[in-house]
Ligand binder design. Sequence first.
Ligand SMILES: Nc1ncnc2c1ncn2[C@@H]1O[C@H](COP(=O)(O)OP(=O)(O)O)[C@@H](O)[C@H]1O
Ligand SMILES: [Mg+2]
Length: 422
Amino acid sequence: MIEDLFRNEVGDRKIFRDKSILSAHYVPHELPHRDGEIKGVTQVIGPALRNEKPSNLFIYGGPGTGKTCVVRYVVRKMQEFLDKPEMVGKDIIVKVAYMNCKIRNSKYQVLLKTLEDNTLNDGKLKYAPLEGRSEPSLKGMDPANLYDRLFKVVENNGINLILILDEIDMVKKGLNDLTYILTRINDELSSGSVSIIGISNDRRVKSRLDPRSKSTLCEEEMIFSHYNAVQLETILRQRVDKGFQPASIDDSIIRMIAAFAAQDGDARYALKLLKKAGEMSQNDDKTVVEMSDVERARDLVEKDIMAESIGLLPEHQQITIYSIACLASDGGIYRRLPGKGNGDLLTGEVYEIYETNCKALNRNPRTMRQFSAYLNELEMLGLIAMRLSGKGVRGTTRLIRLGYPPDEIKKIVMKSLGLTST
Ligand SMILES: Nc1ncnc2c1ncn2[C@@H]1O[C@H](COP(=O)(O)OP(=O)(O)O)[C@@H](O)[C@H]1O
Ligand SMILES: [Mg+2]
């Protein structure tokens, strides 16, 4: 049994040639359809190589539009360039620290990660942030102290430091403060500089910034547009050529995957679908990927994505979607507006269940106003759809419809909130 599983991994590679090419971490050597964006990022950070402070840059665009891979690609190219001292002056030091704000989600965490990052602790610097520490951590140090250390490292070494804050919209606390600090440091430095590249899926993050921080962060701005089906096809083909066995996947299949993913213009989704479809046919011991494999893969990938987006929601939004799912799967008990058909739920009745669930979980229910905001968020994520009812006995209200099977959603939330099924 387990031998079969292992054989599947190494044995007859009928479908895949090199599966690592399809992993989420793989950065291809070329990024088709992103020449302009690559050039744009290069021009923004390029001045660092002349010892000038690069402008700050704010990049936004939908998920899977290549923001992260373009920035990482340019950084990698710059690193290669810096490794050839004959090209760049010897005394020019450029350092790049990358972090994802899903994990580093506060001003403090960002500063800490910047200082603890390998890039500033490479042993060649005159003064490194971890100097004098018995262990490689600055945890527990107060923010003013962290600031001082950052200042000293940059100043004493004359570093042009580029901070890449990916998914910057995930910074919960102190986003304005953070931007402010980084402006201030440049005013105080007599040598070296600190610049930020902020990346976000969500352009609304700008509305959370005060005017001063906004003009700082958005000194330069780039928008990544969605990929169309033809572009996704090129991106998929590049991976197929390297990662799949020749002739194991037909053009028509690639086109079909590209067409599915083109609905959101999302390359990540396209690649997940490609990989999963390959796995489906591999599991069935086939030599070619078929349409039915893509169909099955699509269901699974959708489910994964839904689970991931629910898992990331704040607790009260999870309780909200859970309540919607309870009501949706328990259709008979609650009143429906006449003629609205099954599946449409009234905001009021969902709120009642939400209150009950909060109490059962020992949480304080939020107000109706906050609850409405949760519904908007859930709709934005595509987990529910809402529309206004016509004028009925209760006046106009919003009708809610769940975007996924209720039982799946209930399972995911229960797992995520650590509840056992009853
Ligand atoms: N132009 C491209 N060429 C090749 N692969 C790409 C391209 N754009 C995106 N990808 C791939 O698609 C996936 C998602 O891209 P990513 O940069 O993470 O998107 P974003 O950060 O905008 O959400 C990654 O696996 C990436 O390698
Ligand atoms: Mg990204």
